[in-house]
Design a protein around this ligand. Structure first.
Ligand code: TA6
Length: 279
């Protein structure tokens, strides 16, 4: 069966799609959040926490959270990462390899961010690749400004054996005080403790090596920054929605627009993309 739409975790409509080449993905209407992506060889590439909570207003731990209209605390909204990941999206279209989801402003979004917008999220399977695109249109009569990210949790076999290369030459923000950032000179990034870094103006593709497995991660469109996150053991244990040793099996490599927020005039649109190819 190429696709099914059925109540899934938390009772939310969940789309399971199997492409003709055997690749598959699962997306829940809650946050238009991608929960699983399997390449045709049957390998699961996305980490979703077994302890994740599925409820409106909350964020699912793992998968691909959509951060909009704010990444982290980079903007005027309360809390982190905006509201897009916590609201119900509508399934707008599905074919043999792709699904498209939409969200527009509502009294709920207007209460925290008083702008008219429409957002669309496209997930597409292509051979051994997952293509993701977030597009935003200003449907109001005044300009709007936002930061945003696609925040995928990639499944890895053991974070202690993982490396990421390609970030050399970007500027790394180490802390809230480090506004200008520090030039990254290391060719390869490895993991032996927590990492929560924003890499400004990062050119891609990046290569994520995980033992014999490899992912090539490419940002496109308006995503200019990259975020790399692993909470490591103490934070993992402190998170109620994370398996205590979950940090061993995940790493977030995010396509983001943070340093230079996007401003859209009435009627204008913006698109940011991330493509992930399994080697
Ligand atoms: O993108 C990295 C980050 O902003 C980290 O600081 C970390 O807290 C993570 O996102 C998860 O945030 P969340 O709000 O989902 O707990």
């Amino acid at each position: 069966m190429p696709h099914t739409l059925m109540p899934g975790k938390g009772g939310f409509d969940t789309l399971t799609l199997t492409a003709p080449n055997g690749a598959s993905m699962q997306v829940t209407a809650l946050g238009a959040h991608l929960l699983r992506w399997r390449t045709p060889d049957g390998i699961e590439r996305i980490f979703t926490s077994e302890a994740a909570v599925y409820e409106i207003g909350g964020a699912i731990r793992g998968g691909v959270p959509i951060c909009f209209p704010q990444f982290g605390a980079f903007g005027p909204l309360p809390g982190k990462h905006g509201f897009a990941r916590t609201l119900l999206w509508a399934l707008d279209g599905v074919d043999s390899t792709a699904s498209r989801w939409t969200l527009s402003d509502s009294p709920e979004t207007r209460a925290v961010w008083d702008h008219a917008f429409s957002a669309a999220m496209l997930y597409e399977l292509a051979d051994r690749e997952l293509r993701m695109a977030l597009s935003i249109t200003n449907t109001g009569s005044t300009p709007l400004t936002f930061t945003a990210a696609l925040h995928p949790y990639f499944r890895v076999q053991d974070i202690r054996q993982v490396s990421i290369s390609g970030l050399q030459g970007s500027r790394f923000r180490q802390s809230a005080d480090d506004a200008q950032g520090t030039l990254v000179t290391a060719e390869t990034l490895t993991f032996s403790g927590p990492r929560d870094g924003i890499y400004f103006d990062a050119s891609t593709p990046l290569t994520l090596r995980d033992g014999e497995r490899q992912l090539t991660i490419t940002s496109g469109g308006g995503f200019r920054d990259v975020v790399v996150w692993n909470p490591w053991i103490e934070t993992s244990q402190a998170m109620s929605d994370m398996e205590p040793d979950g940090y061993l099996r995940m790493v977030c490599v995010e396509a983001a627009v943070i340093e230079s927020p996007v401003t859209l005039a009435p009627g204008e649109s913006w698109e940011g993309r991330q493509a992930v190819s399994a080697g």
